[in-house]
Ligand binder design. Structure first.
Ligand code: AR6
Length: 216
């Protein structure tokens, strides 16, 4: 009698494709406080989505363009007002401000400016971490519970995706160590390849391990 070898395939909950690579990817980290998904940031139904903006706050391409297109004129009006009244020199890299969500499903948009890779004299990682932590801090100060991030700086601002994954995951995990109103941090990737690079390079598992070790 011949031996039958079965090829196993899995329906990935992330990509919704039959894929042996993505089948074993974890979808959530840090006791379910962080979720990693494929999708469009403009379609996330959360308290706040984060915009990878530029310092003028007046819109641009990529995530920024998509958010302003989908969210309508109100977001831009609020950005103009913030710029006029509080930030005449623009929003500094790593800082964050908030507007309403306009026509989006998300109730608010937090605008942050990522570092342009290679233009901050070695402070790029610190500035990228600031983007995540200042956005989270702002959401927490308003008692928001859910927030969705795109992969800040990894498009037009050329931050290498592998390095960005390590920086973003460390920054988020550090923030979530403290008491916060935020119960879900959703990381939204637009392309399968970006998601794979993130899975290979994030530090959530190391940080979970540290937590387990510390409590044992
Ligand atoms: N949903 C989720 N992720 C997206 C979407 C989307 N709809 N669209 C693009 N991405 P970028 P940056 C991914 O360039 O590098 C703007 O002009 C994209 O694939 O939007 O911080 C601003 O005005 C990439 O992985 O942001 C600034 O001038 C990631 O989002 C500048 O670009 C970030 O790409 C900011 O550049």
């Amino acid at each position: 009698m011949g031996v039958k070898i079965k090829q196993l395939f899995f329906l990935s909950p992330i990509t919704h494709h039959l894929s042996p690579i993505t089948a074993f990817m974890k979808e959530s980290f840090l006791d379910g406080h962080v979720r990693v998904v494929m999708g469009d940031i403009t379609r996330q139904d959360v308290d706040a989505i984060v915009n990878a903006a530029n310092s003028t706050l007046l819109g641009g391409a990529g995530v920024d363009g998509a958010i302003h297109r989908a969210g309508g004129a109100r977001i831009l009006e609020e950005c103009r007002e913030i710029q006029r009244t509080r930030l005449p020199d623009g929003l500094p890299t790593g800082e964050a401000v908030i507007t309403s969500g306009g026509l989006l499903a998300a109730r608010n948009v937090i605008h942050t400016v990522g570092p342009i890779y290679g233009q901050h004299r070695g402070h790029e990682a610190e500035l990228l971490a600031n983007c995540y932590q200042n956005s989270l801090r702002l959401a927490d100060s308003l008692k928001l519970t859910s927030i969705a991030f795109p992969s800040i700086s990894t498009g037009a601002y050329s931050y290498p995706r592998a390095e960005a994954a390590a920086v973003a995951s460390r920054a988020i995990a550090d923030f979530l160590k403290e008491e916060t109103s935020i119960t879900e941090v959703r990381l939204v990737f637009f392309q399968t390849d970006d998601l794979k690079v993130f899975y290979k390079n994030h530090k959530f598992d190391d940080l979970e391990q540290v937590k387990v070790d510390a409590s044992s």
